[in-house]
Design a protein around this ligand. Sequence first.
Ligand code: FMN
Length: 182
Amino acid sequence: MELFLSRVSSRAFSEERLTEEELMSLFEAARWTPSSYNDQPWRFVYARRGEKEWETLFNVLADPNKIWCQRADTLILITSRKFYEKNDKLTQTSRLSTGAAWMSLALEAHHRKIVAHGLEGFDYEKIRKDLQIPDNYNVEAMVAIGKPGKIDTLPEALQKAEVPSERKPLKEILSKGTFPFT
Ligand SMILES: Cc1cc2nc3c(=O)[nH]c(=O)nc-3n(C[C@H](O)[C@H](O)[C@H](O)COP(=O)(O)O)c2cc1C
């Protein structure tokens, strides 16, 4: 689908705000992700720029991410529950399903001409402490969300990064029946 090929993780956000309906549509997309036993292990915490919760999420970002995330409309923290709710047994796949939920969110965003940029560059321990996230949850990633903006709002080095990225060819990630990967 064209949707897969045209999505990019831009760092340029416009000042235009998302409506509440637009923002909730992203979580609605994530909500429909399939998961083992339909356990739905993903949990999201969000904060909108200018509102009181913003600093908690923004402050844990690595400095290079703060440079461009300061213009994002919304920051999202993604977590996953480690144990099935129905029997408290360890699940092997809650992280996989939560990753799929992130992608659903990202594709819904792209479909609506909204940027969703994944983030690993933040302090995982600090956010766990600051939000009092219990041990039965994995802290997975953050996402910066916003309407696409002009790339000249970015520092020069980041402007250069505003190009579509490449991918490994299929032959490097796919094998029939054996595991040849190192
Ligand atoms: C889980 C995850 C974490 C990421 N962490 C960061 C980050 O901390 N900072 C950043 O600038 N980009 C981050 N990225 C963006 C990736 O670098 C980007 O998705 C990748 O280079 C592929 O580019 P594309 O999304 O434009 O296709 C992250 C992406 C994902 C999915």
